[in-house]
Design a protein. Sequence first.
Lengths: 134, 178
Amino acid sequence: MKLKQLAWIFLIIPMVCLAVQPLYSFHSIEQQQRFTTLIGELRCVVCQSQSLAESNAPLAHDIKQQIYLMVQDDKSEKMIKQYMVDRYGDAILYNPPMQLNTTILWGLPFVLIFTVLIALPVWVGKQKKMVREK
Amino acid sequence: MKTLRYCIPLVFLVLLFGLLWRSLAPHDEVEIPSTMVGKVMPAFYLSDLRSDSRIIHSQELLGTPILFNVWATWCITCMAEHAFLMKIKQQNQIRIIGLNYRDDQTAAQQWLKTHGDPYQTVLFDPTGKTAIDFGIYGTPETFIIDQKGIVRYRYAGMLTQEVWQTEIVPIFAALNKV
């Protein structure tokens, strides 16, 4: 009896849950991959810490549907992203583009690394000299 | 001098804690600035909420500046905003166009009958396709669209007397002067 209940919990219920997921069918695996990539890289603008793929918000469903139609229409990844940026701005991209207003975001890590790379030998040299002098 | 140098990591530590503390506190989601402002409003063909047989093209709405309000019956904030829109309607100076978003047509018609109808025209967008074109991410949202169809302003959230006086009235005043 217990085993049967466990079987229900661990086998049957997950199967049913999988079965009710919305199905998007594509002409090719390439299209499906494009769709999966896009919904993973675009933000759900309502629930901002989730991607479209993770979100269940109604707006996320609408946008996914729109992406689905565009992928079926064989629109490229770049075109679809541009379509969304035109409407929702850069905020919809999880991966921020390299442009003028994101210079600090992209540049600062390199600046910090270079500063450390240059400062470290100088500092170590100083310390060595101090030890020697002692 | 030496003590000052020891203070530098401390300053960084305090800054880091400040940052972490801020993200711990409950905060609203960041408001997404509209990409539509300054652009021509997206073109659409939508059916009239009040009668299915009438299809409205976006161009038909132009001529004088409009207040373009996105709403739905399932949106509680829209209900709260509704009384204010009725007040604006009574002043009878501004055309209010509604975009009924992801809604049930009968429910929406009934809603307007029960609570009053501030809209000159209500467009019916059950799939939310036009809403995506407008970059809408929540309801209510309100746009000001000028006589030529250029979006001048977007407000996300509930309209209040204060927002109306400080933000919206000046824009309409400027548009009507032209």
